[in-house]
Design a binder for this molecule. Structure first.
Ligand code: ARG
Length: 476
């Protein structure tokens, strides 16, 4: 190897000297792909056993290599072995560590594999493992929302469309409407995981190996369901990164919608929710301020989560098979998505679980803005009036109230009769938020009954996620 500068390189043989500094600086990835080290070491152990099975390492050599890999693993975990900037990437750094421990014997492990199948394997392992951690944090946020929902099963609130008062809803129902997207995201993670559980090892650089390797054994040892069926696809494929980033981008979008609502709910104009001091921030100049920065960061960070997906899709577009160095750009967005959500989700969970719901303000706001008008129209429909006509009649009542500056229940018996012969004073029975909510009894609707049923369903589904989230990806 041409290592005149003393650096370990995996490709020095045909080169007269070391790389130009500008190239080395551009090409180095160890500052971020070092996160893959524990997974690279796992894959190396599996590969060493396969080489021994093929007769390419004798039992003594296998023992020495496994012991050195264990030692290197502990040294990495303890921070005693660290990458240096001359280590182009994580694979180079770990080979250096092995050579330091074993001398020439350390060079035997590279037989039959390439950084191309290694890096694809490492990243799959890393993402599958971290998907579990992400699921744990998602379940914690879903729990926080569900617990608040349980406390507000019959708290009335003004349901909005176009941010205008539409119809009364229960606040519990509203909070649970933020849990269902998270449950779908969790479903997406598990579906993604099944497709990501394919092992690229054995594919080598692109063409497989002339050595008698055992890709199925490696796959099994690393917790994959099967080895890749096509070695070229195995090293060229980054669908698993793009799909993962789609899931994290969509999680970001969901969190941004929740964040935006919390910003509204905590505003002086709404005043529906008060944040706990520990989960709100102040202003350096305005002493009265209490800001929902967590909610705003949820809104803001959705940008980088969506950006990561777009970066990887754009990087992959038009890329010829098989491996191209462009693909080194797959890692930072993936790491960033995991780290961003790792910060955001616990903060959101804490903010939601400690916030105080202002039941008085919500109850007061629920009927405002003629939100009970649809009840009148439905009342007319139950009396045989075609909905088109019922809508028209109710619209006239609202117009009359607007002129008078009063609410629907303030209209006199005469007013009702003047607007339509179909109306009579008994219509006032439906002009209460309580009756509007109590009448919503069909499954999935906003009445306290169906919301209690929904709550049980959501809690049950979250329990099944708790089990998946602690599953080990690699049986150790
Ligand atoms: N650092 C590289 C990456 O992340 C590892 C694979 C390099 N392979 C190669 N043939 N240069 O993609």
């Amino acid at each position: 190897m041409a290592e005149s500068d003393g650096a370990t390189r995996l490709w020095g043989g045909r080169f007269a000297g070391g790389p130009a500094e500008a190239l080395a600086r551009l090409s180095v990835s160890v500052q971020f792909d070092w996160r893959l080290a524990p997974y690279d070491l796992l894959a190396s152990r599996a590969h060493a056993r396969v080489l021994a099975g093929a007769g390419l390492l004798d039992p003594d050599e296998l023992g020495q290599i496994l012991a050195a890999l264990d030692d290197l693993d502990s040294a990495c975990a303890a921070g005693q072995f660290r990458p240096v900037i001359e280590d182009e990437d994580v694979h180079t750094a770990l080979e250096r560590g092995l050579l330091e421990r074993l001398g020439a014997l350390g060079g035997k492990l590279r037989a039959g594999r390439s950084r191309n199948d290694q890096v694809a394997t490492d990243l799959r392992l890393y993402l599958r493992d971290h998907a579990r951690g992400l699921a744990v944090a998602m379940v914690e946020l879903a729990d926080a929302l569900t617990e608040q929902a349980a406390r507000n099963v019959d708290t009335p609130a003004p349901g909005l469309t176009h941010v205008q008062h539409a119809q009364p809803v229960t606040f519990g129902h509203w909070l649970l409407a933020h849990v269902h997207p998270l449950l779908r995201d969790l479903d997406r993670l598990r579906d993604w995981d099944a497709r990501a559980a394919i092992s690229p090892l054995g594919s080598g650089a692109l063409a497989g190996s002339s050595l008698p390797l055992d890709p199925a054994a490696v796959a099994k040892e690393l917790g994959f369901t099967a080895p890749a069926a096509n070695s070229m696809d195995a090293v060229a494929d980054r669908d698993f990164v793009a799909e993962f980033l789609f899931v994290t981008a969509l999680i970001g979008v969901h969190l941004s919608r929740l964040g935006e609502e919390v910003v509204l709910w905590t505003s002086t104009e709404f005043g529906w929710v008060e944040l706990d001091d520990a989960f709100a921030t102040g202003s350096s100049i305005m002493p009265q301020k209490k800001n929902a920065d967590i909610a705003e960061l949820a809104r803001g960070k959705s940008g980088r989560l969506v950006g990561g997906l777009v970066a990887v899709l754009t990087m992959l577009k038009g890329l010829p098979l098989t491996y191209d160095r462009d693909m080194q750009e797959d890692k930072e967005p993936a790491f960033d998505a995991i780290e961003t959500l790792g910060l955001l989700l616990p903060a959101l969970a804490g903010m939601i679980s400690t916030m105080t719901v202002r039941v008085d303000r919500l109850t007061e706001a629920a009927p405002v803005g003629f939100s009970l008008a649809t009840e009148v129209a439905d009342w007319l429909v139950r009396r045989g009036v075609p909905f088109r006509e019922a809508h028209e009649i109710t619209g006239q009542l609202v117009a009359l109230c607007s002129v008078r500056g009063c609410e629907l229940e303030d209209l006199t018996d005469d007013d009702l009769k003047t607007v339509s012969g179909h109306l009579d004073p008994s219509v006032r029975e439906v002009l209460s938020v309580q009756s509007a909510l109590a009448s919503r009894t069909t499954p999935g609707s906003t009445g306290p009954g169906p919301v209690a049923d929904q709550l049980a369903l959501v809690q049950h589904r979250l329990d099944s996620w708790r089990e998946w989230a602690v599953e080990k990806v690699v049986p150790r």
